[in-house]
Ligand binder design. Structure first.
Ligand SMILES: [Zn+2]
Length: 366
């Protein structure tokens, strides 16, 4: 059984023929892999940079991959039948005792009890087939199969937007027509995370700016134009202009320097909220007393955003179906490259580095 295997924390990746059967939880549903998405986390593991990555207990290797679309081959669970398209949930808690784990929300685990497929202590889904637990499978509508692999990264952002709106329930944040149409947001970063959360905020009515340090690539220009998102080049037009405009919501997806966060805080309007999604890779943040005074005076908030759960996968699939209908160019632009799993050279290339203009690369298995 073919699998893409890593040995964290050591760098490297290999295609291996596994003799061992992969089984998660009850293992009552046999899933054959159709496609995997690749993201920055996979590449950090391949390069040996993700220090939290570890194999399941008792061995030194781990099947990579947390973004997957599969097809049910066999099932003893009545909710799934052969031929169903399914997507596995990546963060799970099999033995978690904290209340959040017990109610199916290990994204809020308080005791570090969870595992993450292809990342922390649990095999991922870059493998020909595996036996899975119906609790952690979501059915995928067949008419969005071509872009469905986006639902895993999108699920994290569905949860992020839900969390932002939940924090903002501390006040009346909707407009005088009951929508979010009067709210202005800006998303820093135009990777797949930045693009997806921008689309999501547009979908629920926000005015959306998306910011990067360069002009938009062709794919980004097409997406932002169709969805009515304003692209902002802050190396050209500066951060000060954004501070004087003011934003109700700022989202950082860059994973760039921590110092950018200081600028983002200064862009917040009264009651505005800053959501942090990208992990800064360097730098430090120093806030002057007067910036902190203004933050308090304006009742601002900062919230950390991570990991969607099963309800968010379901919302993500519904939004992908919606976008396919209202924004066909957007839907057609999300997958920027498809790689055949049997093409070793190309496979190693995409597992090792991001390419220019990439939104989502997927590996095709059949
Ligand atoms: Zn827990």
């Amino acid at each position: 059984m073919k699998a893409i295997v890593v040995k964290p924390p050591k760098p490297g990746v290999e295609v291996r023929d596994l003799t061992q059967v992969i089984r998660h939880g009850s293992g009552t549903v046999k899933v054959r892999i159709l496609e995997n998405g690749i993201c920055g986390t996979d590449r950090e593991i391949v390069r040996g940079e993700l220090t939290t990555a570890r194999p399941p207990e008792g061995r030194d290797w781990l099947v990579l991959g947390h973004e997957a679309l599969g097809i049910v081959e066999d099932s003893s669970d009545p909710r799934f039948k052969p031929g169903d398209l399914v997507m596995p949930i990546n963060r799970r808690s099999y033995h978690g005792k904290c209340l959040n784990c017990l109610v199916g929300r290990p994204d809020f685990c308080e005791a570090n009890e969870f595992v993450e497929a292809g990342i922390i202590g649990m095999d991922g889904f870059m493998v020909e087939y595996w036996y899975d637990d119906p609790k952690y499978l979501v059915k995928v509508p067949k008419n969005i199969a071509d872009i469905a692999v986006m639902a895993q990264p999108l699920s994290d952002l569905e949860k992020s937007v839900e969390e932002i709106l939940n924090v903002q329930r501390r006040l009346i944040w909707t407009c005088d027509d009951g929508t979010y149409n009067c709210r202005r947001s800006i998303v820093f970063g135009t990777g797949s995370t930045g693009i997806l959360i921008s689309l999501l905020l547009r979908t629920i009515g926000f005015e959306v700016y998306v910011a990067n340090r360069r002009d938009p690539l062709e794919s980004e220009a097409k997406i932002t134009e169709e969805a009515g998102i304003i692209y902002y080049n802050y190396s050209k037009d500066g951060l000060d202009k954004l501070k004087s405009m003011g934003f109700d919501l700022v989202v950082d997806t860059t994973g760039a320097s921590a110092s950018l966060i200081g600028h983002e805080i200064e862009m917040l309007k009264p009651n505005g909220i800053l959501g942090l999604f990208g992990f800064p890779a360097e730098g430090e943040l120093t806030l002057r007393y007067d910036v902190i005074q203004r933050f308090i005076y304006k009742s601002n908030a900062i919230v950390g955003l991570i990991n969607g759960q099963k309800p968010h996968f379901q919302q993500a699939l519904a939004h992908l179906a919606q976008w396919k209908s209202i924004w066909p160019t957007v839907a057609n632009s999300l997958i920027t490259r498809v790689v055949d799993v049997n093409d070793d050279k190309e496979l190693m290339q995409v597992l090792n580095r991001k390419e220019k203009g990439e939104i989502k690369v997927k590996i095709k298995w059949s």
